[in-house]
Each structure stands twice: as C-alpha cells, then as structure tokens.
Design a binder for this molecule. Structure first.
Ligand code: PLP
Length: 463
C-alpha cells in the first residue's frame, strides 16, 4: 500500500531540493494559470493514486514559493531543517491523534520532552506548563485565555463556566505596535480589540515604561498587559523587565508575544534584548519561524499551570483520560481536540541541532541582517529605517521627485520578479518600506551579497 506514491514523492523531493538553490524564489504563474492546471469538475470516480500525486506535483510546481530557499526573506518565515522535514513525514505516516495520551503515547511523551527542552533553551521558569499550537496566533490565544481565567478568578468570577456576560471588566493594556494576532486573540476571547488601552511606544515600537505606569495607575481592575519580544517590522523589544515590574506592581498578568524574538533569550550575544522576560506570566512563540520546522508549529508557555489548565482543559464521558495525570493529554493545554502530532518535528529538530546549533542559526541570521543593513545603507539613495537589533531590516528607496513610496514599491515588485531572492513590502510609520527578514537556517554571507547585488541592480533601473 502507498509504496509507489511514496517512491514518487521521494524522487520529486530529491529533485526539488537539488534545484532549490538556483530556482527562482518567487512563483512564476498567475492564479488563472494555476486554476487551469489544477482545476476541473469534481472527479466522478477514482483515479490512479500514483498519477494523482505525479500530476499534482507537476501542476503545482510553478506556484510553489521557495520559502525554504536560503534567499527567501519575506514576512518572517523559516525554512525546514532535514531532520524536522523527515520527522514531519513520519508524523503523517504514523497519523497519531495527539489529543489524548491513548491516541498515541509516543506523541504525548515526545511533546512532554520537547516542551521541557524548549523551556530550558528559552530560559523560562522551570515550572512552566506548555501547549503546542498551530502557530503564534493560537499561542497568543492560549496565553491570553489563561490570563483571562487567572485575573477573573482572582476577582471571584469563573469565566469558563459563566462567560463574560456580567463579569467584571477586564482591562487589556498593550503597546501601540502589538502584532495583529493579539487583537484577533482578544476578539476570539470575547474581550474585543477596541477595548484595549494602548500605551505609547518609541520610534522603534517599544513600550514607554512611564506611559505604561500612568495607564495602569488610572484604575484598579483585573488587568492583562500584552508585551512584545520582536516587533514584526523593526525587530525591537519592549523593555521587558520594567514592563513586568510595573505590571506586577498593579497585580496585572503579563503576556509576551515572542513569536520570533523570544529566541534571543537563547543567545548569550542577544540576551540583553530579552532581559527580564522570565518574569512574565505567559509567553507565545513560533517554532516554524526560527526553529525552522515545517508548518504549522508554535507553543504557548504559562507560569501558572493551574490557570493554563483551567482555561483549556476538557472532559467528556467517552474520552479515556489518563489516570491521575501521570500521562499528558495534550488537549488539556491547547485549544484543539483531535490534532496533528506536532512534537515529532520539534523534537527531531532540537535533537539534530542541539543548543549550540539553534543559537548558531539565530546569531547567524542576525549577523546577516546587519550585513544587509550595512550594505544597503552604504548605497546611494537607499535608507535603512530601523535599528537592526535582530533579524529585521526596513529599507526605502528615495525617488528624485519625492515619491519614495512609489519607487520603494516598484523596487520590491522588481526584486520579486527578478527571482534571485524574495522579500515583501510593508507600511511602517506612514512610509512604504521594503521589509527583509533573515530567518532561514541556510542563509550564508554569499546569499546576502547576491541578494544585495540583485536589489541594487533592480533599484538602478527603477528611478
Ligand atoms: C508571526 C507573528 C505572529 C503570528 O504567528 P503565526 O505563527 O503566523 O500565527 C504573532 N506575533 C508576531 C510578533 C509575529 O511575528
């Protein structure tokens, strides 16, 4: 069973990986061309399974973005390391339902081990609980759900049982440049995003501690403070020790969105950026970004395991829960029920890289981001807009007639079409910008230099 299909995939995978370094990084088709290649009426009956796989790979290929290429710098997207990719294949092969221990004991124990390794690696308190999620969005949701439980329980309100109708008002205080997934998590939690009280940030997007203290001093209520490790544009960090100290003076819970920035805490060279992060109450981070495991993979950590469990835990008569919690039922720690055994890839990545291998990826990405910044800053008519403290670089291209947004957008589009590398545009502080994120484990100095050359060549022909 399935032998021929898997053989086809293996041979396609080998040719895809061999071609990857030289393949154009962007896609080479329109949506209509893809619809024509892949579409058609609902298949009335069965087809040869091997043919389906061969034809899918062939028809989809031109619309596959080289996100795993060492010269992909779009959004904040990691690649895949060899062990994590292979473990991801095993995950589908085994097809465990990693909701309950009894659905797959190895999946449960591997998550237990990988979660503990991550706590140590990221320098978080040893007693933290954790839940593997699909990504940063659901990790933020999980952390904020635990927070909602905790601050309302302290006010005598059981939010899981009674919801928010009639509950004491929960104050959510966040930096003005929080990630949009924080707003979305608050929508899902029934708190709403407009009820947030936003705190002023500095030019790099960091919370101003005095402004935070003023907002918190204004009134007493169950309060959650959302802080950030790694601004999605600038890569900057809120002053986490100060934020935690001020928030805790007001009995507020601190949730840290550290989708990629939390990984700075694993590096002796970068740890000054996350100083005090271990004082927070919950943390969210991605594994498909800097750990370079396949999509989708994130994790939420919580310094108050009881509140975490109270917000996520579930019981149903037909489920076989493990006796006395000696075994870990994953569904008690994340918002899913039946779910993919995400831990296998994470475990394999961490075993293969080890602590030094992971720190090396993070530090190398940051060194390469600084190289991007230095080389682009030195070029005529190019501005680097942010302090390159991590792996993010914001660039704009100055136009002689003064319409910098127009020229910057044209250079971004030109670079995407040229194919040496791929990066995205963004708006930041009312400016159109080119946004470079160095998050791939394979990116070398040579990849940076080739990409800078391609960017400057496109810029030279884009007045
Ligand atoms: C990427 C990112 C998220 C969302 O993570 P997903 O894995 O895309 O759900 C949240 N916060 C920050 C700061 C991010 O960079």
């Amino acid at each position: 069973m399935a032998r021929e299909e898997l053989d086809e995939v293996l041979s396609y995978a080998n040719s895809f990986l061999d071609a990857l370094p030289d393949r154009p990084v962007g896609w080479r088709v329109t949506a209509d061309e893809l619809r024509a290649a892949l579409g058609g009426p609902l298949p009335e009956g069965p087809s040869n399974e091997r043919d389906v796989i061969v034809e899918l790979a062939k028809a989809a290929d031109a619309g596959i973005v080289g996100t795993t290429s060492p010269r992909y710098f779009g959004f904040v997207i990691g690649g895949v390391t060899p062990a994590s990719l292979a473990a991801d294949w095993l995950t589908s092969l085994w097809d465990q339902n990693a909701g309950l221990y009894v659905g797959g004991p190895s999946a449960s124990v591997v998550e237990e081990i990988a979660g503990a390794w991550l706590i140590e690696m990221l320098g978080l308190p040893e007693h933290c609980s954790f839940g593997f999620t699909t990504g940063g969005q659901m990790a933020n949701f999980t952390g904020l759900a635990a927070a909602r439980h905790h601050v309302l329980a302290a006010a005598g309100w059981d939010v899981e049982a009674r919801g928010l109708q009639g509950a004491p008002t929960v104050r959510v205080v966040a930096g003005a440049e929080r990630h949009s997934t924080v707003d979305r998590a608050l929508r899902f939690l029934g708190i709403g995003f407009q009820t947030q009280e936003l705190v002023a940030v500095d030019a790099q997007g960091r919370i101003e501690p005095d402004a935070l203290a003023d907002v918190l001093a204004a009134k007493e209520a169950p309060t959650i403070v959302c802080a950030q490790a790694g601004n999605v544009n600038t890569g900057s960090f809120d002053p986490l020790r100060r934020v935690c100290e001020i928030a805790h003076d007001h009995n507020a819970w601190v949730h840290v969105d550290g989708a990629f920035g939390l990984w700075a805490n694993a590096s002796p060279e970068l740890r000054h950026l996350t100083e005090g992060v271990e004082l927070a109450d919950s943390w969210a981070t991605d594994l498909h970004k800097w750990l370079n495991v396949p999509y989708d993979s994130g994790i939420a950590f919580c310094a108050h395991p009881d509140s975490h469990r109270a917000s996520m835990g579930t019981q149903a008569a037909y489920l076989i829960h493990s006796e006395g919690d000696v075994e870990r039922d994953e569904m008690n720690w994340n918002p899913e029920f039946s779910r993919r055994a995400r831990g296998f890839s994470v475990y394999a990545a961490m075993r293969a890289l080890g602590r030094t291998g992971i720190v090396d990826i993070v530090e190398r990405c940051c060194a390469n981001a600084r190289r991007f910044g230095e080389k682009l800053r030195a070029a005529e008519g190019v501005e680097v807009l942010n302090d390159v403290v991590l792996n993010q670089v914001l660039v704009r291209f100055l136009a002689e007639e003064g319409d910098h947004d127009r020229r910057t957008a044209a250079v971004v589009a030109g670079v995407q079409a040229e194919g040496t590398c791929w990066l995205s545009g963004s708006r930041w502080h009312d400016m159109g910008v080119m946004r470079i994120s160095v998050s791939n484990w394979q990116t070398t100095v040579d990849d940076v230099d080739r990409s800078v050359d391609a960017i400057l060549k496109v810029a030279a022909r884009t007045p």
